[in-house]
Ligand binder design. Sequence first.
Ligand code: URP
Ligand code: ZN
Ligand code: ZN
Ligand code: ZN
Length: 472
Amino acid sequence: MKKLITGGTIATATDVFEADILIEDEKIVRIGVNLSVPDAEVIDATGKYVFPGGVDPHTHLDMPFNNTVTDDDWETGTIAAAFGGTTTILDFCLTSGEKTLADAVKKWHGKAEGKAVIDYGFHLMVTELNDETLAQLPAIFEEEGITSLKIFLAYAKEFQATDRTLFQAFKVGKETGAVVMVHCENGSVIDELVEEAKALGHTEPIYHALTRPPELEGEATKRAIELAHIAGAKLYVVHVTCKEAVDEIIRAREKGYEVYGETCPPYLTLDQTALEKPNFEGAKYVWSPPLRPKDHQQPLWNALKAKQLQTIGSDQCSFNFNGKKQLGKDDFSKIPNGGPFIEDRFSVLYSEGVHKGRITINEFVESISTNAAKIFGLFPQKGTIAIGSDADIVIFDPNVEREISAETHHMNVDYSAFEGMKVMGEPVSVLSRGKYVIKDKQFVGQLGSGKYLKRSVNSDPLKKVSETVISK
Ligand code: URP
Ligand code: ZN
Ligand code: ZN
Ligand code: ZN
C-alpha cells in the first residue's frame, strides 16, 4: 500500500519546505520534490500544511476521579483527538485501588483495546509509594515500556503525595531514567483555604480559583525542582499556569537543572473571570490548577517562545456540564476538576500562536508534537516527518476560519470551554501509520486500530535535532 502526498508545505520543528511524501505501509519512505510513483494513491495537499501528527502528552480518558469518572472514553476521546490533528496520546494510568502496578496497567490496556483509533502510551500515576510499589516499578517500566510517572502535590484527600514520597519517586527516576511528572500545587494549604471559604458560606465556582492562588503553584514548583535536583532526576512540570511557576522553571533551567515544563491551551487563552459566569456556568471552567488572571498569559507565551516551556498538553479530563459538573452545584469543592480539550489543543495553538504571530510554525510543531515525542521516548518514530518515521500526518488547511463549538465538536461533552472562539485553520485529513483516520473531515478510522507504544528512556531528549532528508 503506497500513498503519495503531493504539493503540500511540510513543516517540522526545524524546517518548512515544499516537497512530496511517499508512504509505504506504515512508514514514510521518501521525501522529495516532484516524486512520481505510478502505483501510489495520490493525496493532493496543494495549499495545505503537512504536519507531523500531534503528540498529546497529557490525557485522562475513562479515569475515575473526584468521586466520578471522566466522560470521554478511549473511543470518543481518541476519535476527537484525531479530528483535532492528534495521532498519539500519553494517558495517565491510575494505580490507586489496584493490588499491583501490573494490575493497574492491565486495567488501562483493557480500557484502550478495541477502542483507540490512534496510538497511545501510558504514564503511571502513582498516588502511594511504599516498599512494595517501589520494588515493582523497574519491572513495570521494563515490561511495559513506560518511561514516566506522575506524582501529585495537590488533591489532599485523593492523590496528594508527601514530600518523602515525591523524593522517593525522584530517586526511582534517577535510577531508571524515567521522567517524573509533578502536579505542582500545595494541596494541604489549598484544603485549608477551601475550608475557610466554605465556613464563610462561599459556594460558587469562582472560589475554586480564589482558594488556589498562583503562589501555591510557584511554591510547589520550586519544591519539586529542588527535590528533583537533590535526587538527580529529570522533572517535568505538568500544566504550568502562572508567572510564579514559570519563573521557578526558568531559574532552574538557567542553573542547568533538567526541568521541562508543559502548559495547556486554556491557560494561554482564557482567564479566571470565566469562573464568574452566572447560573453555575463557571463550573465549566473548573480544573486544576485554575485559570489565572489575564496577566499570567503573556509570561506563558514568552516562556513557550523562549523554549523554557517545551510542550502543550491538553489535560483532557471531561465532565458534562448538565451532568457530573452538577455534583458541585452547592459546593465549589465538589465540582469535578477538568475540561474537554483533546480536540482543540492543536488548532487553538496554531491559531492563537502561529496565526497571531506569537510563535513560529517550527515552534508550533515543536511544542505540539516533537518535544513530547522526544521527552517521553517516542522520537523519531513519532513527532516528525522524516524517512523511517511512522506516517502520522496531518493535512491542515490554514485558510479556513471557523468557530469552535460544542455543536460541532466530537468529544462526549455538552459544552466547549472555547465556545465561540474564532480560529484560523483546520485539520482536513489525518493519517495514523499510513492509514486515514480522518479523510476530508470525516471519520473513516477503525476502532481498536491504535497501537500501544512501548517507549524507551531518552537520556538527553532535547539535544537531538530532527533532520529531514530530502531525496530526489
Ligand atoms: O483539573 C484537572 N487538571 N484534572 C485532571 C487531573 C490533573 O490534575 O491533571
Ligand atoms: Zn494534574
Ligand atoms: Zn497576577
Ligand atoms: Zn491532568
